[in-house]
Ligand binder design. Structure first.
Ligand SMILES: [Zn+2]
Length: 132
């Protein structure tokens, strides 16, 4: 699996992470073509936990984003969030979330690192991110 993103979208998420005292989060909207995910838009959401170490997206906001994506002819291909003080590797809680929300998870840090992950048969796998 491979995730294609524009530099602009990645930078935008990193900028959000830099400016925020809490974890930032949102969805990656785009298209799936076989094993390739093409991100067309990074859509920020609120982190309803207001926490520097975890995040949660309100179900109502998830419904809003699904609706928006559908209107644009896109789908949710991934979830993004930031890690403030640890590397961009899924936490225990992230793994539980990934089990429920089975798409690509992009994690960024304020220092500009970013890595993407997915769960495959219960095992965490890194997803290659190609900047276009
Ligand atoms: Zn996390």
């Amino acid at each position: 699996m491979k995730l294609f993103m524009t530099r602009k979208d990645v930078q935008r998420i990193i900028e959000l992470a830099k400016k925020s005292p809490i974890e930032v989060c949102g969805f990656l909207l785009g298209r799936k073509a076989g094993n390739v995910l093409i991100v067309e838009e990074a859509r920020k959401t609120r982190n309803r936990l207001n926490s520097p170490v975890e995040f949660e997206i309100d179900p109502l906001e998830i419904a809003e984003v699904l609706d928006e994506a559908e209107k644009k002819g896109l789908e949710i291909v991934g979830v993004f969030h930031s890690h403030l003080k640890c590397p961009p590797i899924p936490s225990e809680k992230d793994l539980r979330g990934m089990n429920l929300w089975r798409n690509v998870w992009l994690i960024v840090t304020p220092s500009g690192e970013f890595r993407a992950w997915t769960l495959e048969n219960g095992e965490v796998k890194e997803v290659e991110v190609e900047i276009r």
